[in-house]
Write a protein that binds this ligand. Structure first.
Ligand SMILES: [Zn+2]
Ligand SMILES: [Zn+2]
Length: 82
């Protein structure tokens, strides 16, 4: 069975419907929004598209704010390359 990952919080879902109907606490526009699919799927590691730091899970990556975020230093979370 395939796994689906949210690109904002790294939560894993066994169905796309579950991912799309649940709210994401790390959504950049607020937790009233839904999870969004990470299109590249499961990887051995994930690299932040802003600062290049490497993580072994999206959940670990997006737990922290990124010093090179385009909105300003620490104004948003690290985000995986797409
Ligand atoms: Zn999410
Ligand atoms: Zn970063």
């Amino acid at each position: 069975m395939p796994n689906y990952y949210c690109k904002y919080c790294g939560q894993r879902f066994s169905s796309l419907a579950m991912l799309e109907t649940n709210h994401c606490i790390r959504h950049p526009e607020g937790p009233q929004n839904h999870h969004e699919l990470y299109e590249k799927g499961e990887q051995t590691h994930y690299v932040c598209k802003y600062c290049g730091q490497k993580y072994f899970s999206i959940a670990d990556m997006t737990a922290n704010r990124c010093p090179h975020h385009p909105n300003g230093r620490g104004q948003g979370r690290h985000a995986p390359e797409e």
